[in-house]
Design a protein around this ligand. Structure first.
Ligand SMILES: [Cu+2]
Length: 132
């Protein structure tokens, strides 16, 4: 009686082990979401800044695209990104990361974004935002 029940328990443990191994495998096989940009998606745009430059000279977005700005100010002064025409005015405190959402207008063209702190744009804190 005892000799028979022991292999049975082992069988059950083995089967359960195989089943759990299978189920964990299938959950790992789920497709990783791709990063294709549909118009309803939000696109993250990261900009690093310091004295006195932005990490990129040009940003390209699509008309109506939702943009999530992540601004990292690694400098010692307060900076910002500003465009009156595009209604962008996001302050970035020194040593901090600031996040803000913005939706591109339905108006293709090239626009200038600057840091509007006195003198900063002249020293190099400007870039072009192109709406395609
Ligand atoms: Cu600045």
């Amino acid at each position: 009686m005892l000799k028979k029940s022991v292999p049975l328990v082992l069988m059950v443990v083995l089967i359960l082990g195989v089943l759990s191994a299978c189920s964990s495998k299938t959950s790992n096989d789920q497709p990783v979401s791709s990063t294709t940009t549909a118009s309803t998606d939000t696109t993250t745009v990261k900009i690093d800044m310091n004295e006195f430059s932005f990490s990129q000279n040009e940003i390209k977005v699509k008309q109506g695209e939702k943009i999530h700005f992540v601004l990292t100010n690694s400098g010692k002064y307060a900076h910002d990104i500003n465009s009156e025409e595009l209604k962008i005015d996001i302050d970035a405190d020194p040593g901090k990361t600031t996040e803000a959402d913005w939706t591109a207008p339905q108006k293709a063209g090239s626009y200038q974004i600057i840091c509007d702190k006195p003198g900063h744009a002249d020293k190099g804190m400007k870039m072009t935002l192109t709406i395609e």
